[in-house]
Design a protein around this ligand. Sequence first.
Ligand code: MN
Length: 195
Amino acid sequence: MRRAEIHRNTAETQIDVTVNLDGTGLYSVSTGIGFLDHMIEQLSRHSLIDIDVKTVGDLHVDQHHTTEDTAIAIGEAVARALGDKRGISRYGTAYAPMDETLTRVALDISGRPWLVFKAPFTVQRLGEWDTELIEHWFQSFAQAAGITLHVENLYGGNNHHVVESCFKGLARALRQAVEIDQRKADAIPSTKGML
Ligand SMILES: [Mn+2]
């Protein structure tokens, strides 16, 4: 089982995360931000990565630290669970439709963090979550996980659908990329010999 646990404590947030890459999409998510919980649950359910996360953050300041640090902790847990990345498929691509909305996600578990994020939001909040923190969540996750991540909303309208399709696309692409490639299960998928 490719599992990892992260405990991250700062003056701003206290976070416990467990991930199991070889899970079945079971989750327990509590960040104090309902909409963010809803998105992380989608990530787990559609990647089949089991994710337990408990964040107690300084929400009396704003949602920035809680959003950022939760993404970092999940990203670090994924990176740790991947270990030396032996046998992984490495690349993943997904188109995630949601009613009128379509988002494309392509990623490479490269060890070279990068984010391209193109998704327009026309409302300031979804539930209580500040929409300006959505791109920041993806940035923090990509950085901590060591993933080259491209997220592009191709078209859409409803802001809830747009962000949810971004998370579901990430989930489906990640599911492909972390999957063990049975044709090359004992090798690190790079001509360099490391990732
Ligand atoms: Mn929803």
